[in-house]
Design a protein around this ligand. Structure first.
Ligand SMILES: [Ca+2]
Ligand SMILES: [Ca+2]
Ligand SMILES: [Ca+2]
Ligand SMILES: [Ca+2]
Length: 226
């Protein structure tokens, strides 16, 4: 009788080969210690490099601008800015991060992505992560989490959008956004306590009449679905 015990180790190894070796014991000297050729077995691995979480704007509900996107992986990864693309679902326009900073925390990599805010159009977005070079010690991304590595990851969510002026993320730019958030920061510049980068639509360092008349007022009274 031969029993083989497999251990679920949680280590990302990819599909690999293993040897099952034998030790023959018998009281009969003709069999005891007899050499038996090892059996080569194919081992499938249910551990893979995956995306654990995507977080928009550090969980701030505002959707007035896409300030930061955070990606949390399930292990330590080697990554570069070109692994990521932010795609506008309406126009198909793609933006690459202007800043990509990975931090390793508790055995996982958390990546901060910053895009050129002023150039992003309002609308629904998706985040693409390419499986071409991103890796964990040589193991490629398993984007669809089926244990087979080498495929891209796509993140879509109902609240993954930009709608300039929607400071509370309710899908409307209305009086609440105007009176509670826009007007209190109106006239502020970078460094002022009431300056808000998510309301500085053209990223010139001021929340001023340009932002109000060219960007806020055209959205005022509309909803993201209209
Ligand atoms: Ca494993
Ligand atoms: Ca896969
Ligand atoms: Ca709103
Ligand atoms: Ca401005």
């Amino acid at each position: 009788m031969i029993n083989v015990n497999a251990f679920d180790d949680g280590v990302i190894e990819g599909p690999h080969l293993g040897n099952v070796t034998y030790l023959v014991t018998s009281e009969d000297p003709a069999f005891g210690g007899m050499a038996v050729e090892a059996t080569v077995v194919s081992i499938l691995d249910d551990d893979s490099l995956r995306v654990s979480e995507v977080i928009l704007n550090n969980e701030d509900p505002q959707r007035s601008s896409i300030e930061e996107v955070n990606v949390v992986f399930n292990t330590i990864v080697q990554t570069q800015a070109s692994d990521y693309e932010l795609r506008h679902l309406g126009t198909g326009q793609v933006a690459s991060p202007i800043l990509m900073s990975p931090t390793n925390v508790n055995g996982r990599t958390e990546v901060s992505l910053i895009f050129d805010r002023a150039s992003l159009l309002d609308g629904d977005y998706e985040l693409l992560i390419h499986a071409t070079s991103l890796n964990a010690s040589g193991h490629l991304l398993d984007g669809n989490a089926d244990s087979i590595p080498g495929d891209d990851f796509t993140y879509q969510a109902d609240d993954f959008y930009q709608f300039y002026g929607d400071t509370n993320g309710d899908g409307f730019v209305d009086a609440v956004d105007l009176f509670d958030n826009f007007l209190p920061s109106f006239g502020a510049q970078v460094g002022d306590p009431n300056y808000r980068s998510d309301l500085d639509r053209n990223s010139d360092g001021f929340v001023d009449a340009v932002d109000l008349f060219d960007h806020f007022m055209p959205n005022f009274g509309t909803s993201r679905d209209s």
